[in-house]
Design a protein around this ligand. Structure first.
Ligand code: ASP
Length: 608
């Protein structure tokens, strides 16, 4: 087949632009053949570009030559069409297409390029197997849904950039080739050719650089920054991802919160959602007590403490451990369950708890016993009176330990996990996760006052719960808790949570060298080790460091939620698989002996 040249031909419209008002106009469209329907003397080509699809008619009687070319055209061929806009006849409008009032009657058709039969059609909504989509990502990205996702991503990023710029933030780039940064994941390393045996690390975040920019007096910094972490990938992680990273001097937590609320409001507006701020705030302890998790999903009712309602006498007769928490919650809108279904739920609850000591308390059974009926009534009053709600009450059996892995909050966490598990199971019933397209779909909450340290039972040490530049509360430094009671030290750290997902975290930082050195020490790092890893930073702290703080939010995740997608891969143009492989370019790959030699590397034989 001979292909046509573009010559001097120019598009007059995109494929999503034409409406009834353009009836009778001469137009030139260019794009891909989305679908082709051959009715003999009439051939219909749906021509697609990023903006939409227009139906083009090739009538043998209008142009035999154009019609002949349309006979040769196949899906995904690249074409140019010269023709006239025509309103479709009465009753022939396609209400499912924005251009459905019109069609273009072609006088000329240019076949600009042909296409092999694609392994899947970008015209189909049904998604081919994901490996095939990722291998032929260029075809996958042609799908209207994907084009929409990336347009949304662009708009969200632009709105954030504009908002922060207007607020006086400067966008400053920080290096990709650096040294190990402190987020605590594994580094991706880049071997140095010039310095044999030395490596750069790709940044896990711009953390140290943004703090140094504050020391350098830039006052307000932001960056839509790529971060690299070599972690075992779960469904919702990528080895490289994008953060909206910011830092400011002299802030209080609230100062940072207002900035984030501002840019999120701007970002959500681009998707047609208007948010109300300030967002709800909650301390970490309250989040654990009421939701059993540090990222509460506020679309669901909280847990309710029944600890005081279960008096010592009631506990005695119901064989419930004294003093430990008793918690209840409602799974909303479940409706009536059959006996079998109820037993299924109870079995599921018991199976979830295994032999940890927690048990299901059957409130409907309590009701049938005079001794316990008042308790059942109180429980219903406190947890839920709504007959459509499924009531779950969890009690610790006799002998249940107060701590699990040193954690006194473990009961709240286990019950919180059950709350989410059952909410997911009955999602169709309660509909709280369904999208209405309004602000009500998005429940934001700030979680504050995280613990500074986490106990690691395996290594028997206290680890920083955040990166080690996070400042403890001033009172906890003053009262000496850093050494006397690590478990009680609160960090000036905060998370922004949306619908039970952590969108980002940040903190007020340590700005004094003596406090920073103390924190390194309290994490079990000797002064020599701290100097070796972060010496340059400790030095910088000694040259007039202002109080500062900031945050970083995952851009990919925000776009994923706004796009209603279920995987980050839907909003990252060229993502990696769960095994960290780029299936399109086929990376990683072995490299030549020559390259290895230059980098002073040798591949060790596989470990047996
Ligand atoms: N660098 C931190 C992170 O990537 C965020 C921050 O503290 O600003 O999680």
């Amino acid at each position: 087949m001979t292909l046509d040249f573009l010559g001097s031909l120019q598009r007059t419209h995109t494929c999503g632009a034409l409406r009834g008002e353009q009836d009778g106009q001469d137009v030139v469209l260019m794009g891909w053949v989305n679908r082709r329907r051959d009715h003999g003397n009439l051939i219909f080509l749906d021509v697609r570009d990023r903006t939409g699809i227009t139906q083009v008619v090739l009538d043998k009687e209008v142009s035999g030559e154009a019609h002949a070319k349309a006979e040769a055209a196949r899906p995904e061929y690249v074409v140019a069409v010269k023709g006239k806009v025509r309103r479709r006849g009465a009753g022939l409008d396609n209400p499912n297409m924005p251009t459905g009032q019109i069609e273009v009657v072609a006088r000329e058709l240019l076949l600009l390029n042909e296409a092999k039969t694609p392994p899947f059609s970008p015209a189909e909504d049904a998604i081919a197997n994901e490996e095939v989509r990722l291998k032929y990502r260029y075809l996958d990205l042609r799908r209207p849904q994907m084009q929409h996702n990336f347009e949304l991503r662009h708009k969200v990023a632009r709105a954030i950039r504009n908002y922060l710029s207007d607020e006086g933030f400067l966008e400053i780039e920080t290096p990709f080739m650096t040294r190990s940064t402190p987020e605590g994941a594994r580094d991706y390393l880049v071997p140095s050719r010039v310095h044999a045996g030395n490596f750069y690390a790709l940044p896990q975040s711009p953390q140290i650089f943004k703090q140094i920019l504050m020391i350098s007096g830039f006052d307000k910094y932001f960056q839509i920054a790529r971060c690299f972490r070599d972690e075992d990938l779960r469904a919702d992680r990528q080895p490289e991802f994008t953060q909206i990273d910011l830092e400011m001097t002299f802030p209080h937590q609230e100062t940072v919160f207002r900035v984030v609320e501002g840019f999120l409001t701007a970002a959500f507006k681009t998707a047609g959602i208007s948010l109300t701020s300030p967002f709800v705030q909650m301390t970490y302890d309250d989040a654990i007590r009421n939701y059993g998790i540090d990222k509460p999903d506020m679309r669901l009712p909280p847990m309710v403490s029944l600890t005081d309602e279960l008096t010592p006498e009631l506990r005695e007769s119901l064989k419930i451990e004294q003093t430990l928490p008793v918690l209840g919650f409602a799974v909303p809108g479940v409706g009536a369950l059959s006996g079998t279904q109820r037993r299924g739920v109870v079995d599921e609850v018991r199976a979830t708890f295994g032999d940890c000591g927690l048990d299901f308390l059957d409130v409907s059974r309590l009701k049938t016993n005079d001794a316990f009926a008042p308790l059942a009534e109180t429980i219903e009053r406190k947890v839920s009176n709504d007959a459509a709600d499924l009531l779950i009450v969890v009690t610790p059996k006799l002998g249940t330990p107060a701590r699990w892995n040193h954690d006194p909050q473990w009961i709240y966490k286990r019950v919180g996990a059950l709350r989410l598990q059952l909410a997911a199971k009955f999602a169709d019933k309660h509909g709280r996760f369904a999208k209405t397209g309004t602000e009500a779909d998005y429940k934001f909450v700030w979680v504050t006052d995280f613990p500074m340290y986490e106990w690691d039972e395996e290594t028997k040490v206290w680890n920083a719960a955040h990166h080690p530049f996070t400042s403890p509360h001033e009172e906890d430094i003053k009262s000496g808790k850093l050494t006397s009671d690590k478990g009680a030290v609160r960090a000036l750290a905060y998370d922004i949570v949306l619908n039970g997902t952590e969108l980002g975290s940040g903190s007020i930082r340590i700005h004094r060298q003596d406090v920073q050195a103390e924190i390194f020490r309290s994490l079990g790092m000797t002064d020599a080790e701290a100097k070796e890893r972060f010496g340059f930073f400790l030095d910088a702290l000694e040259y007039g460091t202002p109080p500062h703080g900031g945050i970083a939010l995952g851009l990919d995740r925000i776009v994923m939620i706004l796009a209603g997608a279920t995987s980050l891969r839907e909003v990252i143009a060229f993502p990696k698989t769960a095994k960290a492989i780029d299936l399109m370019v086929d990376a990683p790959t072995p490299v030549s002996e020559q390259q290895l030699r230059e980098l002073h590397l040798r591949i060790a034989p596989p470990r047996s």
